[in-house]
Design a protein around this ligand. Structure first.
Ligand code: KIV
Ligand code: ZN
Length: 540
């Protein structure tokens, strides 16, 4: 049986596989904010990115390794294809973390070998030990993944895994890369690995899976029953195509159904010891942060973190719930940090009260950032009577989106109504502070704003999504706007919140435009689509 840490290790890949979601690219400050929240959440490993992809990706992994990976903190991991260039860059990027890992991978299915890598099985068997050993020359902790394991010939998979472990891989990851397997097949695959790889007891078995058929979480839970002890997942289940297995669903399944899973860990079924190290009360905050920063809106009926996930929130079955919560609720909303928000701050609250509340919420801002957050708070308090935690979260997440900007929104003014043509006047400043103003007429105020912004920015794009939702209840609530733009088949999202939804729309559009221009400037590689020359003798 594979190495058993006695519980499930949570490997979060929101910043790597999650960021591969169309339109979800994040800047360095945003990645750092998410990484800090993942550390508060208590994940065991943070896959911080793919350092070889670009200078920006390298810098983000390096900053996270330096600032988030402490002696007691999560392991900071970087992804590397099975090539010397990738592995070297990854080793350098994670080097500042006291607990660091290189995660290297190569495909093992015939379809990938023939059409993507154009390599034979024999060549793969030479590359794997060579590259794992190379990674081990930099770090103690190496994870090896067999990409598309779900569609690989199990006999070949066993051989590859055996070699990877002999070469020094301490974690073997089994990805269902295309989300093809069913739970019993995936559990059977893990069982087969446990039974047929003679040195499997020297490694932890990890699983990674995509949600193309909506089975990722179910597959993982079956894998756990057969000995998988590391789960690779993302907040809100974001990721390539239909996404990855969702962290919050996995963690809460193992929490709520602990007595069902305990025996698979050799425990009494009523053992109260948690099966993961995740602090579940941090889940809602992590979900909102990731949604705000990536622009990936969470569907209302999403398990655990959707707006309707809790009966008392959605107002259903109230009679039953009031008599006994257990009638319609299997999770107390407080367990995932969804507290009924007590009004904490208002117009008269001072800087130290705002700082204290932000600290309680987990935001440890430096002096400059705190000054800016306080200015935004004051501005909001002039327009909104009670400021809730969610408002504060919206202010801070808005702020971390700002650093990399080509365009700055200076003025938004609209006139509209039943007998007026919706007209917007917009002033944008560039990086040198030079301001330009444009006026445009549209079918509605938001359309007019977008047209004026397009005229100023001259960055052709197509608006493919525009969504508004209120941050809190009440007539003076802030409206959160998410915008997605498309150019050359690629998506770029922007997000903003304001008590005036037209202003929020303008700022969200500007945020999306800034992402578009910076992403175009920084050419990044895709770890799975861009094929590297992998040669077992290339480093000799
Ligand atoms: O889906 C996949 O196979 C991956 C690997 C790179 C682990 O993301
Ligand atoms: Zn993946």
């Amino acid at each position: 049986m594979a190495k058993d840490p006695g519980r499930v290790l949570i490997f979060d890949t929101t910043l790597r596989d999650g960021e591969q979601s169309p339109g979800a690219s994040l800047n360095l400050e945003e990645k750092l904010a998410i990484a800090h929240q993942l550390a508060r959440l208590g994940v065991d490993v943070i896959e911080a990115g793919f350092p070889y992809a670009s200078q920006g990706d390298f810098a983000a992994v390096q900053r996270i390794a330096e600032q988030v990976g402490g002696d007691e903190g999560p392991i900071i991991c970087g992804l590397a294809r099975a090539s010397t260039g990738d592995i070297k860059a990854c080793a350098e990027a994670v080097s500042l973390a006291p607990r660091r890992r290189i995660h290297t991978f190569i495909a093992t299915s015939d379809i990938h070998l023939e059409h993507k890598l154009k390599k034979t099985r024999k060549e793969i068997l030479a590359i794997v030990p060579d590259m794992v050993q190379y990674a081990r020359s930099f770090v103690e902790d190496v994870e090896f993944s067999c990409e598309d394991a779900g569609r690989s010939d199990p006999e070949f998979l066993y051989e590859v895994i055996q070699l990877a472990i002999s070469a020094g891989a301490g974690t073997i990851n089994i990805p269902d890369t295309v989300g093809y397997t069913t739970p019993s097949e995936f559990g059977g695959l893990i069982d087969g690995i446990n039974k047929n790889v003679s040195n499997i007891n020297d490694a932890v078995i990890s699983v990674h899976g995509h949600n193309d058929l909506g089975l990722a979480v179910a597959n993982f839970l079956e894998a756990v029953k057969h000995g998988a002890r590391q789960l690779e997942c993302t907040i809100n289940g974001i990721g390539e195509r239909a996404g990855n297995a969702s962290l919050e669903e996995l963690v809460m399944c193992l929490h709520v159904r602990r007595s069902y899973f305990n025996p698979y860990f050799g425990r009494e079924s009523d053992s109260p010891t948690p099966l993961t190290a995740v602090r579940t009360e941090e889940i809602t905050k992590a979900s909102r942060l990731v949604s705000n920063l990536t622009g990936m809106v969470v569907q209302p009926n999403k398990a655990i973190v959707g707006a309707n996930a809790f009966a008392h929130e959605s107002g259903i079955h109230q009679d039953g719930v009031l008599k006994n919560r257990m009638t319609y609720e299997i999770i107390d909303a407080r367990t995932v940090g969804l507290v009924d928000n007590k009004i904490t701050l208002g117009k008269l609250s001072g800087r130290s009260a705002v700082r204290a509340r932000l600290e309680e919420l987990g935001y440890d801002l430096n002096r400059e950032d705190l000054n800016e957050a306080f200015a935004r708070f004051k501005d909001l308090a002039d327009r909104k009577r009670d400021i809730t935690d969610r408002d504060l979260e919206a202010i801070v997440s808005e702020q971390v989106q700002q650093p990399e900007a080509r365009f700055y929104l200076k003025l938004v003014q609209v006139s509209c109504g039943s007998s007026l043509k919706p007209t917007a006047t917009i002033t944008l400043a560039d990086q040198d502070g030079i301001e330009q103003t444009a006026v445009a007429v549209g079918t509605g105020p938001v359309d007019a704003v977008c047209r004026a912004l397009d005229a100023l920015a001259s960055e052709p794009n197509e608006l493919v999504e525009f969504s508004v939702k209120s941050v809190t209840e009440g007539i003076d609530a802030m409206g959160e706007v998410t915008i997605r733009l498309r150019r050359d088949g690629k998506l770029f999202s922007g997000h903003s919140a304001d008590t005036d939804v037209v202003v929020a729309a303008a700022q969200a559009y500007v945020n999306a435009l800034n992402r578009l221009v910076f992403a175009e400037a920084a050419k990044t590689l895709h770890p799975q689509m861009d094929v590297v020359e992998t040669d077992s003798s290339s480093r000799l």
